[in-house]
Ligand binder design. Sequence first.
Ligand code: ARG
Length: 451
Amino acid sequence: MNQLPLRHELTRLFREAFASRGADPAAGDVVLAQKPELGDFQCNGALAAAKALKLNPRQLAQDVVVALGENPLWTTLEIAGPGFINIRVGNAALADGLGATGADPRLGVAKVAAPRKFVLDFGGPNVAKPMHVGHLRSSIIGDSLQRLLRFLGHHVVSDIHLGDWGTQMGMLIGEVRAEHPSLPYFEEVPRAAYPTEPPVTIEDLQRLYPQASGRCKTDPAALAAAQKATAELQQGRPGYRALWRHFVELSLKELRDDFGALGVKFDHWFGESNYHEDLAPMVAKLRASGVAIEDAGAIIIPVAQADDKTEIAPLLLVKSDGGYLYATTDLATIQQRVRDFQAQVILYVVDKRQSLHFDQVFRAARKSSIAADVSLEHLAFGTMNGADGRPFKTRAGGVMRLKDLIQLMTEEADRTMLESGVSDGYQAEERARIARVLSLIHISEPTRLRR
Ligand code: ARG
């Protein structure tokens, strides 16, 4: 019967009642009750309306209640304080309202009147690092936002911002070289073409990654070699580019599986490497405009503001050895998103350890013309920590892969259902599907299922 959500229907009736007493109909707006013990909804309009009519607000509220009369929508209308009307809704009306909302494909949620263009940056995994439980929050929060914003009618472009370009890439190149020095990728004279089949497997990469990062921590020569390899890769050394492409392709295949298992989709799988060509021209522009300045051989953008409570260090744009940084790439990424996607809002779903980074990048983007009137927001969240109370680290190795975790939890859910008999009578596929959903809920929101 009642097609409008309950509150809208109440508002319609209250507006009529106020109008019938000569008051501004807008006084009839009904809102959710602030104190549930006093009612389900309330109407506060009598106060302002009475003032305009030079009436006693309690009296006006009383007249409105009389004008409203009886209605199956409510069980009681009570006047409180100086003239608030508290509304207690009847069970039948509540059931009808819920039924109508449930039958509405949009669940009573209207689309926004003025859709905006959002770019959502989330996921952000790094090449060769297997996904683990610590990667879930960004993925789940980001994907939830993507779905909600789309449901509300906004335009959303999601982009994974793959970590495929930093020193880790040089470290991996060095590590592969140490194991297979005679591969063609390492020859001094470039070849016209390199093998199309990768020389390593994804398992190799996932083993080599922590190994390489451990070595570079303790061995300065290995670190220097990794940095050199990174610089050469970025400058376009053909053998390194070919080897790197294998790394990216192997990782992408694995990542598509992992995100697929979570039901998370991205519109774009751009990586940090996509912006490489944009960096030099962007830096030149920033220097020409005076936003970026030279400082001890490096190029920086001062971002401190007079009202800062703590000191915010300048953004390091170019190192003194000419190398670009994570922040340089992020600035170029904003530039691309504004240019190609006409982004109005860019949301970054990244854990809180990167708060300073984003603060610097956003300030620099606003200071320059890169994002003059784009809203930039870091949606920071806490880390998932191991038994030692510290965030899980792939580099240290020894963290269970997300894939294995999902499998383990699915088996566990299935066993629990079988033991308790709740899945008796279900077909095998249906049981497997439920077990999988349960495992995903449990993994992404562990407290939800805890008894
Ligand atoms: N790959 C980065 C990391 O592992 C996260 C990327 C977040 N997004 C961004 N635009 N910086 O820390």
